[in-house]
Design a protein around this ligand. Structure first.
Ligand SMILES: *Cc1c(COP(=O)(O)O)cnc(C)c1O
Length: 469
């Protein structure tokens, strides 16, 4: 399988190359040259497989020759063996039509673990084949950071530099990052910065020759294709349980960077019968505006109770626009340059019509989030987190045909956001035992000005150069 850039001018890479490269050198994102497709019979034959085996089956076409089928399955067994639920991504039924897909049974209590536990092992596997080091530079609105740090802490040949906007992540989220004291883990709290500022610094570093000549910069954000690939699996797991390939299923996805919901699009392209993908945002609603009326324009970020969705530039949307625009990299490069210059762009008619066929969108304000949390608690006895609440709100008003099951992706454990959950329900969710001593652990974190030069200097003084010796 070959990977091409959405902006058309970076070299094509194999899976190993795309995984280690992260962002393409032309500023685009890597996507497979074409979508692999499973027949209905092949999908039916996946029913009942344990999660790790299903994962290997779904991902094999993307991995190509970079890993043998046996090795891929071993890595999946190792990654998903660390989850606290045997089903890895279990389903809970809420009412006659609505279901929750619980994605928070990994080590750091958010869905990011599903992809990052595997990505950490892929980095180790690929770096072990040569004398390379990798310098991971990441931005987090809260959950990617802890999941990436857990996945690579103490691993050889990898350093991770993780930026978060100072004061804008929850206490649990911050402590899950800053209490990991492994020497290859570097936490940076960026002053006067939003998540979008952190993400822009990451992207700029990939295009800074002074850095890329000395260091092999790698990505753990969902700009890395391998992350999205791993997320495709749970759409298959869930749809199979609910009757696919004979029966259609709809999904409601709390969305920030468009990674998780793009994985649902990929599952549909691979042959899974997905009836609708509901893109749920909080009041930071650039994606809702883009899908509802073609207006992809960056507003300023409003902090909400769902901080992992407090995003106004949605990196993975570029992958969808590429696909819907006939995979014309040169045209998309021009469109994205316009967005970068003006902080705004209009979708083309082809992009709008293509998106409307599969996606719908919805924005939840603070009150609607709280109401959804209360509804789940009072009617179903389930505590849900504020991100999940945005998606449940959207799922319940989307008007999906009652014969089609609607699955809301539960992206974080409610105990990651105890204040918001307690405010809505009067119940304070407790941290699971496996992370119970989080508030007693020592923290380590550097405060750095939210400017590119300061971050680049911090990284350059501490990272290992590309090759050993
Ligand atoms: C990251 C995150 C999201 C948004 O996912 P994207 O892939 O960025 O769209 C939603 N909910 C939680 C809890 C998250 O951590």
């Amino acid at each position: 399988m070959e990977y091409v850039s959405t902006r058309g001018s970076a070299p094509a890479l194999d899976f190993e190359g795309a995984t280690l490269a992260g962002l393409a050198s032309d500023g685009g994102l890597y996507v497979p040259r074409e979508w692999p497709r499973f027949s209905a019979a092949e999908i039916a034959a996946m029913r009942g497989l344990p999660y790790a085996q299903l994962a290997a089956r779904v991902m094999q076409p993307f991995v190509g020759d970079s890993l043998s089928a046996e090795r891929l399955q071993e890595l999946c067994e190792a990654a998903y063996g660390r989850f606290s639920h045997q089903a890895v991504t279990p389903l809970v039924q809420l009412d006659a039509q609505h279901w929750l897909m619980e994605l928070f049974h990994g080590p750091t209590l958010a869905f990011k673990d599903v992809a990052l536990q595997l990505l950490g092992l892929l980095f180790e596997e690929f770096l072990g084949r040569s004398d390379r080091n990798l310098t991971i530079v990441g931005a987090t609105s809260g959950d990617t950071g802890s999941a990436a740090i857990d996945a690579v802490a103490g691993r050889a040949k990898v350093d991770v530099f993780m930026m978060h906007p100072k004061g804008r992540v929850s206490d649990v989220q911050r402590r899950q990052m800053t209490t990991v004291l492994a020497p290859n883990v570097h936490n940076l709290a960026l002053e006067d910065a939003s998540f979008d500022d952190c993400q822009a610094i990451v992207k700029r570093m990939f295009n800074d020759r002074a850095m890329t000549d000395r260091f092999a910069i790698g990505a753990v954000n969902s700009i890395n294709w391998a992350r999205l690939m791993a997320q495709v699996v749970y759409y298959f797991a869930t749809a199979l349980q609910l009757g696919a390939p004979e029966r259609e299923v709809a999904f409601s996805v709390p969305t920030g960077n468009f990674g998780d919901v793009f994985a649902g699009y990929v599952a549909q392209q691979m042959g899974l019968p997905v009836a609708k993908l509901i893109v749920a945002t909080n009041v930071n609603d650039i994606l809702h505006r883009a899908l509802a009326n073609g207006d992809y324009s960056q507003g300023s970020v409003t902090p909400t109770a769902a901080p992992s969705m407090d995003i106004q530039v949605s990196s993975n949307f570029e992958r969808l626009l590429f696909d819907l625009g006939g995979r014309d990299g040169a045209a998309l490069a021009t469109q994205m340059a316009g967005f970068e210059a003006n902080k705004a762009m209009q979708l083309t008619n082809a992009q709008r019509e293509g998106a409307a066929a599969l996606f719908t969108s919805c924005r939840a304000d603070a009150d609607e989030m709280a109401k959804a949390i209360r509804w789940a608690w009072e009617n179903c006895g389930e505590l849900i987190d504020p991100h999940t609440a945005c998606a449940l709100h959207a799922a319940r008003i989307a008007g999906i045909d009652p014969s089609i099951p609607v699955v809301t992706l539960a992206t974080a454990h409610p105990a990651k956001f105890p204040e918001a959950v307690e405010r809505a329900t009067g119940r304070r969710p407790g941290l699971p035992a496996r992370v119970g001593d989080l508030f007693e652990r020592e923290e380590r974190c550097a405060t750095v000005p939210g400017a590119y030069e300061a971050v680049a200097q911090y990284v350059a003084e501490r990272a290992s150069p590309k090759a050993d010796g």
